[in-house]
Design a protein around this ligand. Sequence first.
Ligand SMILES: [Zn+2]
Ligand SMILES: [Zn+2]
Length: 567
Amino acid sequence: MIKPVPSEYKPNEMEKKIIKFWRENKIFEKSVEQRKDKKPYVFLEGPPTANGLPHPGHVLTRIMKDVVLRYKTMDGYHVPRRAGWDTHGLPVEIEVEKKLGLESKQDIEKYGVEKFNEECRRSTFKYEQAWIDMTERVGFWIDMKNPYITLKNEYIESVWWSLKQAWEKKLLYKGYKVVPYCPRCGTVLSAHEVAQGYKKVKEPSIFVKFKIKNENAYFLAWTTTPWTLISNVALAVHPDEYYVKIKYEGETLILAEERAYHLLKDSDYELLDRFKGKELEYKEYEPIFSFVKPDKKAWYVICADFVTMDEGTGIVHIAPAFGEEDYEAGREYDLPVVQLARKNGTFKDEVEPWANMFVKDADPKIIKYLQEKGFLAGEREYTHEYPFCWRCDSPLLYYAMESWFIAMSKLKEKLVENNNNINWYPEYIKHGRFGDFIRDVKDWALSRDRYWGTPLPIWKCNNCGETICIGSIEELKKLSENFPENYDLHKPFIDNLKLKCPKCNSNMKREKDVIDCWYDSGSAFFAQWHYPFENQQKFKKNYPVDFICEALDQTRGWFYSLLAIST
Ligand SMILES: [Zn+2]
Ligand SMILES: [Zn+2]
């Protein structure tokens, strides 16, 4: 029987009718069930966070996913689709901080980590219904009744298992990461937060002379942060630029040719020599400050491409504790990290003349000292943009924090190889945006000094220093004396467990961090099945994944973490 065609087209009404029909007759469920014996087509849903409302971008990716999955279903494949929720991380914590009126980590600790994390857990699903409604309304077929959730004990256990795999391959290590940090609030700021707080400031910039070892000549360096000279361990030059040795006002100085031309164009100086920066590499100089003895060779010239001829002298003073580029260069040359500032922004006791002083307040005093000792070659006011804390207006410091890393750089070859086996649409991403990213892969800073996240499963013995990585709940139970029947693996529970050192039976302490929530979502392909503790068959059937689809910003986010962890 043919129904009469309505004279008016009302898409909204019609769609609602169809959705109702789908829901009442369980069409999606049937479409999956009926093809159970057919060839599987494996889809992995990138988990959104339900503590934020869905936006139009989410609608777009959901529809694109649906088109492919629906096509594959109609083509006869068995296409189960399981929803997932990403539940950890800073965005959740920030929401809760706002709601509770907390402004710093001290505030959170005062409020109580247990109560705070309880709030985080509750807020995670604030907009779940909105997501479910949106998903149904746009006609995206996915099983939302039975999603995987990254905050569950089982999920966390699978993540731990994978971390232990990395641990056993010696890919987890503790290093430093240089981050923008507010000394007053005691927090690291995200790139987004830093961007909010730039202000134009006038600060002293100084020209400093470093005496070359066994030679009556000086390197002329320039810096806008005199206080970081305390932690200087090297000087950087550009390997391909020309440098000159000149006689100026009775002294022999080395600086970049181009900079000499700019700085001294109205003065008389005698040119003694001219050479490429590369020739200065490893040349040693005498330190101005040596409050502590570095644990590695320091105080020599290194080459770095980030040295520019735009300002300064073409010779950059390097303090790996206080700059990201400095730190990277320091790793390349195996320079020591001399960290002489406390997290609250004051100098440590070793810095005798200025101990306990806020580092930036020490600038004028350090300049005066340099002048008295004859190291100061010039001073000029310098106007530049400097980041301040958007919360409390303190100047931010770039600070080397201890952090746990995954040595992705050791896996570069494999990453490139595995990427070659992925079919990207659009194809140019494979070797473009994503390919560039992995060819230049950096070690993954895994740990976060926060509260709401998968706890880092690493414990250290207070007595003998033995460090262990726990890979399962069973293992944890065996080593701890007070493991209860009901538990939730998040902080603070995990930190209150009493673990005994397997070597000397003393007490152990957990590394207090949680892990980057990108690692959580990147583990979805096995952790959603609680693999390898359960569902071994299911995992095997669902790996490798045939199809994932997300927005472009995910190429360096979720796509990368998936590839990284599976490698
Ligand atoms: Zn602050
Ligand atoms: Zn021990």
